[in-house]
Design a protein around this ligand. Sequence first.
Ligand code: SAH
Length: 280
Amino acid sequence: MGYYEFTITLADESRDAVMQRLSASGCLGFIEYEKSIVAYFHDVTGINNIIPEVVACKTLLENDGLELEISFDYVYISERDWNESWKKKFKPVDAGERFSVLPPWEDPKKDRINLIIDPGMAFGTGHHETTRTCLMLIERFSRNCAKDSFLDVGTGTGILAIAASRLGVKRVAGVDIDPNAIDAARRNAKLNNLDNILIQEGTAAPALGTFDFVAANLMSEILIRIAPDLAPCLEKGGIALLSGMLAGQEDGVIAAMQQQGLEFMEKHVDGRWVSLVMTR
Ligand code: SAH
């Protein structure tokens, strides 16, 4: 078993469209560089299925009127070499006022809240704008309100749930539909010595109970689809942090959440990514 690592060189304006498309085609995660992105696929997806997906990005860019210049190369990485490959690429990153995200093999930073994350096969290392915006907003809203309970929908590595727990939130839950994410999130909760985080396979559901703070860093289509299940998880007066949508997609998410009784509070833009704060 192993992975395919695709290095895709493309124009900056085409980046988000290609990343969304490849995520929907089974891409496990990305590392972003100035002029390229590196995309990882499980080898069970089959190289004969992956290449046409990458090639199809060109048609997508053409349809969206974006810069068409795109080239790629790929290598196979065996399971054994996987961790070594990650280690080289995962560097510590700061987020919010006090957080530093770092892998277990780096030394913790002094005077920072260190979030130790071993990504395994899950998303959420703090290198993506949306994760960093979420960390900044969790820090801000945990200060005055939303202190007792926190639900992280699409927890990935568990990074947001771990951040909430480190800020002193008492009851923390994280859900994800991907079993790899569940493994990673549980392992990371332990790495950070936190025992108040419940990680469970699944998605937002009223059966989880209600929370003061619900974070969901997901694509807009998913946020819209799960709105009827996510809204009931939010306590009256609580904070919903919705992230992961591209600029222009936020109105659809706001409308879907409003239909479920949430009210718009704030919008944050970082690059082409948008995060929303809503309440109930
Ligand atoms: N919370 C992390 C990871 C976000 S990536 C961060 O902010 O960095 C999005 C995660 O959502 C992925 O792990 C994916 O498996 C999960 N996901 C996708 N659709 C979902 C759904 N309908 N319900 C719950 N999780 C979902």
